[in-house]
Design a protein around this ligand. Structure first.
Ligand code: GAP
Length: 454
């Protein structure tokens, strides 16, 4: 059942589910929407927050060689000169000279049309010569729109880390190998955004810069490739929908000496989920040269000094959330009716348990509400008394709630409830007083996508 259903996942189904269940809406929808820009609703906020929390957990809580940072989005314009983004952060832009006048990325078109002269995929028209288009959003700081007031919205969070290297080194008492982690918004004026939240102009990144002695860079690059793959699979992504792809020399970013992408099999095909780059000493050297500050590590014991090399696992929070949703999406027939279910890892699920009175009378809502109020002290819970029980379960299945508690007439007699499992649909009758502990046990237990075994 499940593999076939998994193969039926389309981006349209994910978009429809996100709208129907309040995960994600088109931005400024009442004005016709702003292209490729999205607003996150209640369950979307909760799911993305869980993705980010799990990332922070793996970077900070589960180890002691990484510290956190939250740098400003607006940075001194010289940062982008030194980092190479003003000159090098460009994509080749071509425009249709035919009917539609649409703009395209030449490198993307070349992948689709490997032979001969490129034509517009929309109307078949001729295309202009490519020109390098800088992806940074430009704005002005202060009331006067003059050249000296130009600032940029950061296109990556990484530079906030490099310019704070010295501050962090001084306070944190760390020495290489150590890392600085950051989560935050980045902005890119993409020529062809699209595929829902896969490529947008405003998005969130989860980046970590790991500073290492130069001769250890190769080792740590391999280490972080393994670690990051492990993170995705530990949160339920199917291993056969994940792969590593090393970049060819001609696709490396201007700062990178080696990059491998973790790719996921999205409905649009294999696509980048996260990039893991060896940035060498490019960034620290550039900023040291440009700012005049020494950005190096001095070993107080030996007096030896060096510019650390950097290994960078750089992930997108929105793109990771999309991958988790795509991987979790399932459809199956249950008692002659179609059920749509998000088989999310319980740690990622926006709501862990729903408490539902079977009927809205006979004291059931009051007992259910009491159970809910106790459970929400332990984990995100929801109380839902409106509509038929079938509809309420369908709603919880679609937002990925792993467990449902039903209060019925028997509950009032013997203080037991039924505990329903989202994936197996098994129902256990258990004492009300044991619910909290039982749910905590299930939440901590290892979890494996049921779609894997199919
Ligand atoms: N600091 C390195 C860096 O930014 P990147 O490969 O350009 O590397 C890292 O971006 C991750 O950020 C990507 O793997 C992707 O998950 C996410 N990302 C990049 N551009 C994006 C966009 N336009 N929309 C959504 N996510 C994006």
């Amino acid at each position: 059942m499940a593999t076939e259903a998994a193969d039926r996942v389309t981006m349209d189904k994910i978009v429809a589910l996100c709208k129907r269940r309040g995960f994600i809406f088109q931005s400024s929808e009442i004005y016709g929407g702003l292209a490729s820009t999205y607003d996150y609703g209640h369950y979307g906020v909760l799911l993305k927050t869980n993705v980010k929390s799990q990332w922070w957990r793996s970077m900070i809580q589960e180890r002691d060689d990484i510290v956190a940072l939250d740098a400003a989005i607006l940075m001194h314009p010289r940062v982008w000169e030194a980092s190479g983004h003003l000159d090098g952060f460009t994509d080749p832009l071509v425009q249709c000279l035919g009917e539609c006048k649409r703009r395209w990325r030449e490198d993307h078109l070349r992948e689709q049309q490997p032979e001969g002269e490129l034509r517009c995929p929309e109307c078949g028209g001729e295309l202009t010569e490519p020109r390098q288009f800088n992806l940074m959003f430009k704005t002005h700081m202060g009331p006067v729109e003059e050249e000296s007031a130009v600032v940029y919205l950061r296109p990556e969070t990484a530079q906030g880390i490099f310019v704070n290297f010295k501050n962090v080194l001084q306070f944190s008492r760390k020495k290489p190998p150590f890392g600085i982690a950051q989560v935050g918004k980045s902005f890119r004026n993409e020529i062809t955004p699209g595929n829902f939240i896969f490529r947008t102009r405003e998005f969130e990144q989860m980046e970590m810069e790991f500073f290492v002695p130069p001769d250890q860079a190769g080792h740590w690059h391999e280490y972080w490739l393994d670690e990051r793959m492990r993170w995705y699979t530990s949160l339920g992504l199917r291993t056969d929908h994940l792969r590593l792809r090393p970049h060819a020399a001609d696709e490396l970013s201007h700062y990178s000496s080696a990059t491998s992408d973790i790719e996921y099999l999205f409905p649009i095909g294999w696509s980048e989920l996260e990039g893991i780059a060896n940035r060498g000493d490019f960034d620290l050297t550039q900023h040291a040269r440009s700012s005049g500050e020494k950005l190096e590590y001095v070993d107080s014991a030996t007096g030896g000094r060096y510019v650390p090399h950097v290994i960078e696992p750089a992930a997108g929070a929105d793109r990771a959330m999309l991958a988790f949703m795509v991987d979790a999406y399932d459809e199956e027939q249950v008692e002659g009716r179609e059920r749509v279910v998000l088989r999310l890892h319980p740690k990622l699920a926006p709501v862990k348990v729903a408490v539902l009175p079977l009927v809205s009378k006979d004291g059931q809502p009051e007992v259910a509400r009491e159970i809910y109020e106790e459970l929400r002290e332990r984990m995100p819970a929801e109380y839902d008394a409106g509509g038929s029980i079938g509809k309420r379960y369908r709603r919880q299945d679609e937002i990925g709630t792993p467990w449902g508690v039903t209060v019925d007439h028997q509950t009032l007699e013997d203080r037991t409830v039924t505990l329903r499992d989202r994936d197996s649909l098994e129902q256990d009758r258990i004492p009300m007083d044991e619910l909290g502990a039982e749910l905590e046990r299930r939440l901590a237990a290892p979890w494996r996508s049921p779609k894997l075994s199919a």
